[in-house]
Design a protein. Structure first.
Length: 340
């Protein structure tokens, strides 16, 4: 199948493109390269441009009329930045996504897979969330994802052929196991990036940010999913797109929501222990206050993914840690940071 992937030069998008290719499909990438990396789109069908550029989208569909599905990953994704720059987040993630969906419809592409986020869930007493759990997006970033889920629901209700699957990502870790792509930000703020940077001596010590959450050890809980597993879920979502709507009629017309997690909650202290085991050494650490806007966290009930798209996460958290460390060792051979 030929699939349009917006944001296909990003960390998750590029891994999805590799997984699509490995499964015999052809990704057609649309990415502005504002954040994405040119190195990740080498030898792939690639269009540099804005997701809201109607002329460019028409050109893509004229040149690739066989495109049957679109995976929409392109977005601004940093929670703390979204608090400082709400205008930019609503413009990029909401206004432009709305244009994209409308233009996709005009181009005859009515099958959408949308990158949503687990950050839209409300706190749950036992930390496990199903797709029906209450939502409470708090940051502008989370709100943009929630708004686009609502927009998609309305498109699916109003336009008879239009169908969408929103995939709510939990916390991706690791890199492409074949080392074609991985996290490329130089100073990552996410927990595994901080652990790697401490292990290699770039940071003096690792801060456990938040130790009085109502979790089993007081540290924040998350569902860490290997980015390769996450990418496989997109392949399955495309391959099983029709059957997902046939096997189980959606609660909202032509619109499904699926959690993408492992079904296992891991606290920061547990992750730290796993990291030290894989790395083979203790790393310097200190307890610290929680970060502004931080939450206790959540993990996925992952049953819907198996029911609808026959997907289940397979890789252990240790593989995610190993691949993050491996990628960190080689990434400067792949990414030319001097070019941007
Ligand atoms: O140096 C650190 C960094 C994080 N943490 C803790 O590790 C857990 C996970 O933190 P992350 O920043 O890795 O993940 P979040 O779920 O908080 O946020 C992530 O997911 C969000 C969407 O859900 C956004 O995409 C955001 O940019 C991304 O970092 C939290 O309990 C956090 O307090 C530490 O203990 N020390």
């Amino acid at each position: 199948m030929k699939v349009l992937v917006t944001g296909g030069a990003g960390y998750i998008g590029s891994t999805i493109c590799s997984a699509l290719e490995d499964a015999g499909h052809t990704p057609v990438i649309l990415d502005s390269l504002v954040n994405g990396r040119i190195e990740f789109v080498k030898n792939k069908i690639f269009y540099k441009g804005d997701i809201a550029d109607e002329k460019l989208l028409r050109e893509i569909f004229n040149e690739h009329p066989e495109i049957s599905h679109a995976i929409h990953c392109a977005a601004l994704i940093v929670v703390s930045e979204s608090v400082e720059k709400p205008y930019e987040y609503y413009r990029e993630n909401v206004s432009k996504s709305n244009e994209l969906f409308n233009n996709l419809k005009s181009c005859g592409c009515n099958n959408i897979v949308f990158s949503s986020s687990a950050s839209i869930y409300d706190a749950s007493p036992n930390f496990m969330v199903t797709e029906e759990s209450p939502l409470k997006p708090s940051s502008p970033y989370a709100k943009t994802k929630y708004i686009m889920e609502l927009v998609l629901q309305d498109y699916c209700s109003s336009f008879s052929n239009f169908r969408a699957i929103a995939l709510r990502y939990f916390n991706p870790i690791g890199a492409d196991p074949k080392m074609r792509s991985g996290v490329y930000v130089k100073d990552p703020s996410h927990v595994l990036g901080k652990l790697v940077d401490t292990a290699i001596g770039k940071n003096k010590e690792f801060h456990i940010t938040g130790t009085d959450w109502p979790t089993r050890d007081g540290s924040g809980i998350r569902d860490y999913i290997h980015v390769w597993d996450l990418a496989q879920a997109h392949v399955k979502a495309i391959e099983n797109f029709d059957s997902a709507f046939l096997t189980k009629p959606p609660k909202t017309k032509n619109y499904h929501v699926i959690n993408l997690g492992t079904g296992k909650g891991v606290t920061v202290k547990e992750l730290l222990k796993e990291f030290e085991n894989v790395y083979g050494k203790e790393i310097p650490k200190k307890e610290a206050p929680s970060r502004p806007g931080d939450v206790a966290g959540a993990y996925a009930n992952e049953n819907t993914a198996l029911d609808l798209i026959s997907w289940k996460a397979e890789l252990h958290i240790n593989s995610g840690i190993e691949d993050s460390l491996k990628w960190n060792n080689i990434r400067e051979n792949i990414i030319n940071y001097n070019s941007k």
